[in-house]
Design a protein around this ligand. Structure first.
Ligand code: CP
Ligand code: NVA
Length: 307
């Protein structure tokens, strides 16, 4: 098993399935695991904002008997230019794991390379693996199916070819999903990942299209994310024009499979990537998805840190 959790592609399907099985056990009987990480500490470096990731990791460590240390880049030497390779070696002398949310994916890789303790990717511009792993858990839980039945699952992702879309591609390759991503020209997912798709690295089918209706046609899972991600605030206006129509709405639902699941990693921009009425219709599933970040990340923390 990899020391770190940076990218779904670095873990085998068996390893990911074990992790999700443990997450279900943790959700069903949290008290059983209340001392698994007693005496252990997780450092959490944030160069970007967060509500769910910060709180779910912090509460998760507490519920496992350990503690989490919030390190905003604004108030630590990381934000004043101390190299991550030094931060990695210092923190490895104090803590048992590091979670980082940052811009450049190479930051996470540098940290993992120099840290002797596990490093978890809490989101980069490139990937958001904790979220998509949770999304898979939520789909499986909601449908009440076995892992084998996830193969061939028709998933539509409507919107920006960003960290969420990229992570969905990795998930499709690992779990054999039939993934269709609808995005405007110029906003496609990462080209190196699409190259992996073209070279048929892994199972599953991934198609990138421009028409949201084509992507949603027959899909059992409809998924979206904001049009402008963190760090792209200056592009919000231009993106609002480019993404007009890339929205989960009733038209899309009409062509999807019967009783589709609508997921949103949050935060949501109602009236942009999803309508207010559809968001509220699916709010229970969407907030269960948010809750599941806690259970899945606890499984990740136990798997990586309980030695
Ligand atoms: N979905 C998600 O990662 O939310 P936060 O940005 O609030 O952590
Ligand atoms: N794509 C979004 C995800 C937020 C959880 C962002 O990076 O801001």
């Amino acid at each position: 098993m990899n020391k770190d959790f940076l990218d779904l592609a670095q873990w085998s399907r068996d390893e990911l399935e074990s992790l999700l099985t443990l997450a279900a056990e943790l959700k069903a009987a949290p008290a059983k695991f209340s001392q698994v990480l007693a005496g252990k500490s997780l450092a959490m470096i944030f160069k970007k904002s967060s509500t769910r990731t910060r709180v779910s990791f912090e509460v998760g460590m507490f519920q496992l008997g350990g503690q989490a240390i919030f390190m905003s880049s604004a108030h630590t030497q990381v934000g004043r230019g101390e190299p991550l390779k030094d931060t990695a070696r210092v923190l490895s002398r104090y803590v048992d794991g590091i979670m980082i949310r940052t811009f450049e994916h190479s930051d996470v890789e540098t940290l993992a390379c120099y840290a002797s303790v596990p490093v978890i990717n809490g989101l980069t511009d490139f990937l958001h693996p904790c979220q998509v792993l949770t999304d898979i858990f939520t789909i499986k839980e909601h449908l009440g199916v076995d892992f084998s039945e996830l193969s061939g699952l028709k998933v539509a992702y409507i919107g920006d070819g960003n960290n969420m879309a990229n992570s969905w591609i990795n998930a499709a390759l690992r779990f054999d999903f039939d993934l269709k991503i609808a995005c405007p020209a110029g906003y496609e997912p990462d080209s190196a990942l699409l190259d992996r798709v073209n070279r048929k690295v892994g199972g599953g089918k991934v198609a990138v299209v421009n028409d949201p209706l084509t992507a949603a046609n027959g899909a059992l899972v409809l998924n979206t994310d904001v049009w402008a991600s963190m760090g792209q605030e200056d592009e919000a206006l231009i993106r609002r024009k480019a993404f007009a129509g890339y929205q989960i709405n009733t038209e899309l639902l009409k062509v999807a499979a019967p009783n589709p699941l609508v997921l949103h990693c949050l935060p949501a921009h109602r009236g942009e990537e999803i309508t207010e009425s559809l968001f509220e219709r699916y709010q229970d599933l969407i907030f269960t998805q948010a809750e599941n970040r806690l259970h899945v990340q606890k499984a990740l923390l136990v798997t990586l840190m309980a030695k």
